[in-house]
Design a protein around this ligand. Structure first.
Ligand code: 5RP
Length: 238
């Protein structure tokens, strides 16, 4: 009983921090905007709140989803959606992250395996805003969290060999309630690696030179990070 109570309050703290960050990002949304909708539990809170604001204020806002999940949630919350090929510009993208390095504001994303679409939408947006709870901010990127690579299924044995040459401890991400590997929204596999990230921009570029790698989960072009705390938000900006 006591055990159950402890774990419930722990979850509530991190949920509250995610909520604080998502609410702050909501203030950046203006009538007429096209908004990139990130993926993950923090982005999901933003999507729900955005849906509520659109309904309450009768805003004309369109969303560009970054995953099948964010698309479903946007539809459920009444956010009109457009695909990438239907918009000239994305005014702002709001997305979560698995890790944020305080010094460089570089990120690791892709815990949900959606980083390819996330990177397209987030990088093409005029402004890319990251929303996280305080537990995501680290001093050294990649010590605890692996970097995911989305990989074409036909190429995985060769990509694994290349990654072993780089001492990157590659592992194929396996599904939990299905036999076999995780298959992304784009029909690809995910290989997670641990790699030295002292120069995140260089590694971001270099990993994508391996044939068969579609995209990696290092994000180095970030405009603003909103960190949620229990009763306040902290803004990290370069
Ligand atoms: C999905 C992502 C997510 O943004 C990242 O995993 C953070 O998720 P959460 O907000 O649930 O912690 O990159 O590919």
């Amino acid at each position: 009983m006591a055990k159950g109570r402890r774990s419930k309050s722990k979850t509530t703290n991190s949920e509250q921090e995610k909520y604080m960050a998502a609410r702050e990002a909501l203030n950046l949304i203006k009538d007429g905007m096209i908004v990139g909708l990130g993926s993950g539990t923090t982005a999901n809170i933003f999507i729900e709140e955005l849906g509520r604001r659109i309904a309450e204020e009768e805003l004309s806002v369109f969303g560009v989803p970054t995953s099948f999940e964010s698309r479903m949630l946007a539809i459920k919350n009444g956010i009109p959606i457009v695909s990438l090929d239907q918009c000239d510009v994305i005014d702002i993208a709001v997305d979560g992250a698995d890790e944020v390095e305080r010094r460089s504001l570089s990120l690791i994303k892709g815990g949900g395996g959606c980083h390819t679409m996330e990177k397209i939408v987030d990088y093409f947006a005029e402004e890319f805003v990251v929303i996280v709870d305080s537990g995501k901010v680290v001093e050294v990127l990649g010590d605890k969290t692996p970097v995911p690579l989305e990989v074409l299924p036909c190429a995985y044995p060769f990509v694994l060999k290349e990654l072993l040459k780089r001492d990157a401890a590659p592992s194929i991400r396996m599904a939990e309630r299905k036999r076999g590997p995780v298959i992304t929204d784009n029909g690809n596999m995910i290989i997670d690696v641990f790699i030295d990230l002292k120069d995140p921009e260089k590694v971001e570029r270099e990993l994508n030179t391996i044939p068969g790698v579609v995209e990696n989960g290092i994000f180095t072009k970030v405009d603003k990070v909103i960190v949620g705390h229990k009763n306040k938000v902290e803004i990290l900006q370069k």
